[in-house]
Design a protein around this ligand. Structure first.
Ligand code: 2BA
Length: 109
């Protein structure tokens, strides 16, 4: 068995849940926060037989879109006064960041 950890944008989370559930996958959603943008995202835990990993990944790829977002980052120290001037940075977020890990044991007790 494998555990898929998929970090997706909140905008895609509802559609991904229904798509996966309709195809018979069990999912758990966690409300998470990205370290860079400090914005909310959603992490899916999906436990699957290894034969179905590719099917789950295809659905994630189909549903999750990449989007541009603007982050405000601190610039390096400006001058000797040590003043930080925030400036906007455009980043492309997603489709999804996915980890697939081996599950040593799986039980429902
Ligand atoms: P965030 O950390 O908020 O990152 C959002 C987006 O900002 C990233 O999109 C990437 O385009 C950009 N970014 C992140 N760190 C950066 C940096 N040091 N310099 C410049 N740009 C940077 P994605 O790569 O699609 O990542 C979306 C979210 O997935 C991340 O949100 C984070 O929550 C998670 N994530 C991505 N890579 C990860 C990893 N290796 N381990 C754990 N979580 C990860």
């Amino acid at each position: 068995m494998k555990l898929i950890l998929a970090i997706v944008q909140d905008e895609d989370a509802q559609r991904l849940t229904s798509t996966l559930m309709n195809e018979g996958f069990s999912v758990t959603k966690l409300a998470t926060t990205g370290g860079f943008l400090r914005a909310g995202n959603t992490t899916f835990l999906i436990g699957v037989d290894k034969e179905r990993v590719d099917a789950a990944l295809s659905l994630i790829e189909k549903v999750c879109r990449s989007r541009k977002q603007v982050a405000t980052s601190p610039s390096p120290v400006a001058g000797a006064a040590g003043v930080y001037v925030p400036y906007p940075v455009e980043v492309t977020v997603g489709g999804a960041t996915v980890f697939v890990v081996d599950v040593e044991d799986f039980r429902k007790i």
